[in-house]
Design a protein around this ligand. Sequence first.
Ligand code: AMP
Ligand code: MG
Length: 501
Amino acid sequence: MNSPEHPLHFPTALAALPLTNRFGSLPPVFHTRLSATPLPAPYLVCASETAAGLIGLDQTAFDTAEFAEAFSGNAVLSGSEPLSAVYSGHQFGVWAGQLGDGRAILLGEAPAPGSPTGSMELQLKGAGKTPYSRMGDGRAVLRSSVREFLCSEAMAALGIPTTRALCVIGSDQPVIRETVETAAVVTRMSPNFVRFGSFEHWFWNERHDELKVLANYVIALSYPHLADHTHPYHALLREVTQRSAELVAHWQAVGFMHGVLNTDNMSIMGETLDYGPFGFMEAFNPRHICNHSDHQGRYAYQMQPRIVEWNCYALGQALLPLIGDVDTVKDALTVFQPTYDKKIAALWRAKLGLVTEQADDDALVRELLTVMAAARLDFPVFFRRLCGLTCDDTSADAPLRDLFINREAFDAWLVNYRHRLRLENSHDRERKIAMNRVNPKFVLRNHLAQTAIEKAQQKDFSEVKRLLQILQRPFDEQPEHEAYAALPPDWAATISVSCSS
Ligand code: AMP
Ligand code: MG
């Protein structure tokens, strides 16, 4: 074990990761410098080659002791000045006051040529207590770390904006939740980890100077094209609102439910952030609640667009002192609905293999969702099977019709859908190829994650690795992995996902 005063220096590829600390250069009120709490005997659970590639890190580094030491927080990477950031937020619609990185430690950022900022911040989640831990122990359990790791990388492969996950490092150290579990640290990466709640923090504390410093920092780092704008803060709010609207459209189209859409979990980059009790829609129910702690269903599937817009209003309120007047704030926020409508319409059209835009496409989608909800259709299975539809041969509809008990409503929809396809002379083979590219065969179903977690808890990490590999190619057929695309087994209904992590 290395004390923070005597950090290891790496002779391997990790040494080529010279971290810099842009967030750390903000005034001290924005963060607290600290060291991770050492994690006893850390070991690699899984690492993502593609995530590592973003910061030029070779997979040969994964199996080294240095890797586990660095990403457990036991050793300090060269140049790194670890810190935790302060933020506040609205939780379940209620002002929660100060929160902050209760178990996250920012290591600094590494050069990443493919990133919009040219760099990626590296953050340890679960590396010990911070001044913002409140009642928490600063730790994360293996279960939730594996879920965050797999889902981050799965979302990226689905083409959905998200923070990335470099690796999960485990330890036998016990962590108490509902039962005794073991600790793990997941290393996340993002061009910028600032949250909506980071702005709300300064607004609600009436610290407008800090608010401005933060806004200028975010603009300089992530929205540099706004730096010379006549109304940079209005433009910032507008762009963040736009990105958030597009993000939630992606979620709806793929059936992703975040689970805890509090303002402190909203990324200023417009990325999916903070994977906790998330879920992917299986048996379609627009009112589905993936988080068992969400008794009101505030964050149910069908609520997400409205909630994300609400969160943008919270950001707008926080930026009010910089923007100047309420009407200008409201003006920036008006982009939400048209941006969302346009994006979701485009995504649904793509999912249905439609190339042209027609007036009643919206009705076609709404009718489909009604039919799907009535039949509680499995979301990914249905859309994937729909890719194989032929325009003329109704005798080949069996794989689709088999999903329905009451087929009448679906048959009626199919007549309309086929009519719509013929209207644009849709070509079966080409449409199938295009639809297969947007309707994933593989998503991180709860039971798949659960199986991988239970094996990992027995120190067998092979299933985590296999799942990562499958989910990194979600649109490919991968016939050898057919079972991972199948309907969930009965026991999946007993999995309960809560805020406990
Ligand atoms: P979440 O609902 O996971 O986004 O967490 C809300 C707040 O609680 C954030 O400030 C987290 O950093 C903090 N938090 C959650 N779990 C823990 C924990 N085990 N230890 C310390 N802080 C935590
Ligand atoms: Mg959070």
